[in-house]
Design a protein around this ligand. Structure first.
Ligand SMILES: Nc1ncnc2c1ncn2[C@@H]1O[C@H](COP(=O)(O)OP(=O)(O)OP(=O)(O)O)[C@@H](O)[C@H]1O
Length: 239
C-alpha cells in the first residue's frame, strides 16, 4: 500500500496545506462547522477545483486518470449517492438461493464484476486484488445486515443504513487510501463501533492511509492516531 501526501493544496477558503499520511496510518481531522473539512477531502479526491498536488506513494495524482484516482483514493461522503435500484447492484456479489435452503444466503456469494470493478487485461498496476466476496459478506454481516440486504431497494434505506452500506461499497473497491467524512455521524454507539472496527481492520490488514473527518472527540481518543484541526484555513495538531 501507499501513503498519501498533500503538497500545497489550496481550495476555496482553505490552505495552502501540506500533509503526509503514511501507509497504514490514521489521521483525524476536526474543526468547526464550515471550516473546510469536507472541502479538504473533496480536494484530495479531486472532486472540487483546487491548486496543489496529491501523491499516492510515488505517483502524482496529475498522472492518474480521475476515475482511477477515485477508485484508489476512496471518499466516503457524508451523504453517499446511489444510482441503481437495489443495494446488490452496487456490490460485486450476488445473493444465491439454494433449493435445499429455506432462506437466501450470501454464502457462497458469486462474483459478478460490474464494469467499474473489472481490471482491463494486461493493465500494469500495483492496485491490490479485488477482495474475496466472503470479505464483503463478512463486512455486511459485521455491520448488522441480514443476507437479504442485497435485494433491498435503496429507497427504503435509513440514513444510518445508507452510511454503513456506503462503507461496504467503498471498501469493495479496495482503495489504497480512505477519505472518511463523518463516517459514523448518523449511527448509534453500537453501530458506530461496528463501523470503527471495520475501518480499523481494513486499515491494519490492507495498510491503507486513512484521513478521517470526525466531530467526535471521544471517537478520536478511543481510536487514537494523529489528530489535526483546521484553524484559520490551516491544519494544526489538536491541542
Ligand atoms: N460550492 C461551494 N460554493 C461556495 N462555498 C462553498 C462551496 N462548498 C463549500 N463552501 C463553503 O466552504 C466552507 C467550508 O465548507 P465545508 O463543507 O468544507 O465545511 P465543513 O468543515 O465540512 O463543515 P461541517 O462540519 O458543517 O460539515 C463553508 O463556508 C461552505 O459554505
Amino acid at each position: 500500500m501507499s501513503g498519501l501526501r498533500l503538497d500545497g493544496i489550496r481550495s476555496r477558503a482553505l490552505g495552502p496545506l501540506d500533509l503526509t499520511v503514511a501507509a497504514g496510518e490514521l489521521v483525524f481531522v476536526s474543526g468547526p462547522s464550515g471550516s473546510g473539512k469536507s472541502l479538504l477531502l473533496r480536494a484530495v479526491a479531486d472532486l472540487d477545483p483546487h491548486e496543489g498536488e496529491v501523491w499516492l506513494g510515488e505517483e502524482p495524482r496529475s498522472g492518474i486518470a480521475p476515475a482511477t484516482w477515485r477508485r484508489r483514493v476512496g471518499l466516503l461522503p457524508a451523504e453517499a449517492f446511489w444510482w441503481a435500484e437495489t443495494v446488490g447492484e452496487h456490490l460485486p456479489v450476488t445473493l444465491s438461493t439454494h433449493a435445499d435452503q429455506a432462506t437466501p444466503t450470501l454464502r457462497p456469494a458469486i462474483l459478478r464484476l460490474p464494469k467499474p470493478f473489472r481490471r482491463p487485461p494486461g493493465r500494469v498496476s500495483n492496485h491490490p486484488a479485488l477482495p474475496d466476496p466472503s470479505t464483503i459478506t463478512d463486512w455486511l454481516v459485521h455491520l448488522g445486515f441480514a443476507p437479504d440486504v442485497l435485494a433491498w431497494s435503496v429507497t427504503r434505506l435509513s440514513t444510518g443504513e445508507r452510511q454503513r452500506l456506503a462503507l461496504v461499497r467503498l471498501l469493495a473497491q479496495t482503495p489504497e487510501a480512505l477519505l472518511l467524512d463523518e463516517a459514523t455521524a448518523n449511527l448509534d454507539p453500537s453501530n458506530g463501533a461496528r463501523v470503527e472496527s471495520v475501518v480499523e481492520t481494513y486499515r491494519t490488514t490492507q495498510g491503507a492511509a486513512v484521513l478521517w473527518v470526525s466531530h467526535d472527540p471521544e471517537q478520536r481518543r478511543r481510536i487514537g492516531g494523529r489528530s489535526l484541526v483546521i484553524r484559520s484555513e490551516r491544519l494544526e495538531p489538536e491541542a
